[in-house]
Design a protein. Structure first.
Length: 108
């Protein structure tokens, strides 16, 4: 039989594991600054035309109802619009997607 303390400990461990799974947007922002700013506006609040007019600012991408972590993951798994030189790992894709999703006005 588990003691109350053990149950409490297990509950705490599970809760912190669940929190750790949510990807932190910080690293994604740094990746975006490195790889995406040559064409996109990537910062919160930036909605004007970026360095490449055809490339939508991430703030606007985040506002589109179709933008989700999963949709971004799929999109970024292939290169787009002359972005073939950027080879992203699965983890980098997740981090970038988490950053873009974090720009949405309401959490998704
Ligand atoms: C060489 C220029 C260029 C670079 C570099 C670039 N993009 Fe793009 N991106 C575009 C253009 C142009 C579009 C719009 C046309 C399209 O979707 O192909 C676009 C569209 C997008 C979209 C919109 C998808 C949608 O649903 O409309 C996302 C998200 C995106 N880029 C993410 C990124 C990320 C993340 C990076 C950095 C890893 C990046 N892009 C780097 C040019 C670029």
């Amino acid at each position: 039989m588990f003691s109350r303390f053990t149950l409490c400990l297990i509950a705490t461990l599970c809760a912190s594991a669940a929190m750790a799974q949510q990807t932190d947007p910080g690293p994604g922002r740094r990746l975006a600054e490195r790889f995406c700013t040559s064409c996109h506006e990537i910062r919160p609040g930036e909605t004007g035309a970026g360095p490449m007019a055809a490339a939508p600012p991430f703030q606007l991408v985040a506002r589109m109802p179709s933008t989700t972590q999963l949709a971004l993951h799929v999109f970024l798994s292939t290169s787009h619009a002359g972005m073939p030189n950027i080879l992203l790992t699965e983890q980098e894709i997740d981090e970038l997607a988490a950053y873009i999703v974090s720009l949405a006005p309401t959490p998704k």
